[in-house]
Design a protein around this ligand. Structure first.
Ligand code: M6R
Length: 614
């Protein structure tokens, strides 16, 4: 994961880099550092364990002058999070300095070769190996930093976005990318490089996205050059980033996560805008319209995704099988990529990813493409690697999601899947006019329905106090709400560090019921649907064994209200859209429990927002 940033221009680099690092902290936050060159070949490296704010404290009173610099915020892969393993890393002579996001898989072998040539390593990182490899190639071949970096990268197996500078050259930064994101921001008389364009939007909206196998030569007062590793010229395609600074700030909320939960009426509005036409009873997704025949002829749809996006895909499976009668499989991208999946010509692979940068999902896409399948993306981040790697797709348009725990992206993904299922179902004639009209109307009204659901926030905050000291949780749901239960459990464990498991309610009696005692809270999703009576019986089974039940029910519910210890009421709409409603109280429950426990809700331990390593 990790975030990298670089600057060359007329401004003091340090404040630009620090501000950018704060914005990139979602990518990792166990140490941070920067390297600055003051123009008289005075290269200084400052780095320390901890967050960017700790780096800022560490910089007090230090010489931070210089109009060129590179910086890094780390999510540790090789070597514990400490001062030594923090980036930037310098080469043995101290002449070359590097920041790196990714993993050099053959680092051990390269390290051995370098060690036998007299190199001694200070850190345990793969990144220090790379900077020394660049130096070794440069010294051996007597070539430029650009050429040495190019040759070194040709020996590297793995993933990287890197930025490299040389002590005696305050006018150039070399950057390169393979499987980790890298964008170059183009200002007037200045350049920026970064893992995520949103990190520098105060400075420019014009970006060149570097592709896999490409290097960028960023020079003071010269045009940007893009080269491929085989030395051929790469294309420079400048794109405008549409994003406002307010979208990247907390807007008065104590945490990004709470802001993002509360934004959902608006983000769903943005997601359905121009796509749901309730007057003409139309659902239009251009990615579907342009590829209608492919969807109509699809023999199977395979979703590939990770984490929350995988949970959303499980709901997509129900939607597409119900409304389109196309068989669907849902795969963890990390498993799919390492087995030998059967993918046929008429299969459609749908890759789902908020960030659009998840390494396993990207690799799954490559496998699907090699097998000749049509690959469709459902992404949030415009211009992301997955958005670019897929044949077509639909953006969820929910705006930047900064809290590490995904909330509004989940509901955006499910909303897009519902629209896609409606569009396919209508074109195939597998959905009745009556069902189509009802679901379209409900999707159109979804922002109000979610706003109504959000009103229970205070009640949920009160309930959260009761459960703050629980050590385990079970979440139960059936049908469409089984994935919602999985997602609720994931939210809780991510940010409160309470162990939580989601189960299909009826599966309880096949094992997990042994865990039930008076200490075990059970969150039961029991909204009216075709398995309501069965779920009620499953809840009775838990109650009989002393479990404490917190049920999500409809306002009119009488039956489960009598069994459950606590209830949260939600509005009721069609079964296929209920995950959008039910996920709201589950997000709020996880949030409030984590806040009562004093956790760092937006930056939970060990996690990073964008998982760009496998
Ligand atoms: O960006 P992606 O949707 O591809 O990310 C996938 C998972 O890493 C992500 O959903 C993760 O599980 C979240 N932290 C969940 O809250």
């Amino acid at each position: 994961m990790c975030g990298i940033i670089g600057y060359i221009g007329y401004q003091e680099a340090c404040p630009v880099l620090l501000k950018g690092l704060h914005r990139l902290e979602y990518r990792g936050y166990d140490s941070a550092g920067l390297a600055l060159n003051d123009g008289s070949c005075n290269l200084r490296i400052y780095k320390c364990k901890g967050r960017v704010s700790e780096l800022e404290n560490f910089l007090q009173g230090k010489d931070i002058s210089g109009t060129i610099g590179i910086a890094h915020t780390r999510w540790a892969t090789h070597g514990v999070p400490d001062n030594v393993n923090a980036h930037p890393h310098e080469s043995q002579s101290g002449n070359i300095v590097l920041v790196h996001n990714g993993i050099i898989e053959n680092y051990a072998l390269l390290k051995e070769v370098l060690s036998s040539n007299g190199y001694v390593f200070k850190s345990s990182t793969d990144s220090e190996v790379l900077v020394n490899l660049i130096e070794y190639v440069k010294n051996t071949n007597g070539c430029s930093l650009l050429e040495a970096t190019r040759q070194a990268l040709r020996q590297v197996v793995g993933a990287y976005a890197i930025a490299v500078m040389e002590k005696n050259d305050p006018d150039h930064i070399i950057a390169a990318r393979q499987s980790s994101p890298l964008a170059i921001g183009i200002g007037k008389g200045e350049y920026f490089l970064c893992s995520d364009a949103a990190s520098i939007i105060e400075h420019t909206r014009d970006f060149v996205y570097i592709d896999d196998g490409e290097m960028a030569v960023i020079s003071r007062n010269e045009d940007l050059k893009v080269l491929k590793l085989d030395n051929s010229e790469g294309k420079i395609n400048v794109r405008k980033l549409e994003l406002s600074i307010s979208q990247l700030e907390k807007g008065g909320y104590p945490h990004f996560m709470l802001k993002e939960i509360n934004e959902q009426p608006r983000t769903i509005t943005d997601c359905i805008r121009g796509r749901i036409d309730v007057g003409n009873m139309n659902v239009t997704l251009s990615g579907f319209t342009f590829n209608k025949e492919k969807f109509l002829n699809a023999e199977r749809i395979i979703f590939v995704a990770c984490g929350t996006s995988w949970h959303a895909s499980l709901i997509g499976e129900h939607l597409i099988e119900d409304l389109c009668r196309i068989p669907v499989e849902v795969e963890y991208a990390s498993e799919f990529r390492y087995r030998n999946p059967v993918i046929r010509k008429n299969d459609i692979v749908i890759a789902v990813s908020q960030s659009g940068e998840t390494a396993d999902t990207l690799a799954a896409i490559e496998i699907a493409k090699k097998s000749g399948a049509f690959v469709y993306g459902i992404c949030n981040v415009v211009g992301s690697s997955i958005a670019r790697a897929t044949d077509s797709g639909t953006y969820i348009h929910v705006g930047p999601e900064i809290g590490v725990a995904s909330t509004k992206a989940f509901t955006g993904q499910v909303t897009v899947m519902a629209m896609l299922a409606l569009a396919i179902g209508q074109a195939k004639g597998t959905i009745s006019g009556e069902d189509f009209h009802r679901i379209v109307r409900e999707l159109h009204n979804m922002p109000e329905t979610i706003a109504e659901t959000l009103k229970s926030s205070e009640r949920i905050a009160d309930l959260a106090k009761i459960f703050t000291y629980a050590r385990n949780f079970i979440y139960l749901g059936r049908g469409y709400n089984y994935p919602t239960a999985l997602e609720g459990a994931l939210k809780l464990k991510e940010i409160s560090y309470i162990h939580a498991e989601g189960y299909p309610a009826a599966e309880m009696k096949h094992g997990p019921i042994a865990l039930i005692d008076t200490e075990m809270p059970v969150v039961a999703i029991a909204t009216p649907d075709h398995t309501y009576d069965k779920t009620a019986s499953n809840i009775e089974e838990v109650k009989t064994r002393g479990g404490r039940i917190l049920a999500i029910v409809s306002k009119d519910d009488r039956h489960i209200r009598r069994i459950a210890d606590y209830c949260i009421d939600v509005p009721v709409i069609s079964e296929c859209l209920m995950p959008l409603v039910v996920s709201i109280p589950l997000q709020l429950l996880a949030y409030h429990i984590a806040v009562y426990k004093g956790m760092d809700v937006d930056r939970p331990r060990n996690l990073a927002k964008s998982v760009t390593v496998e």
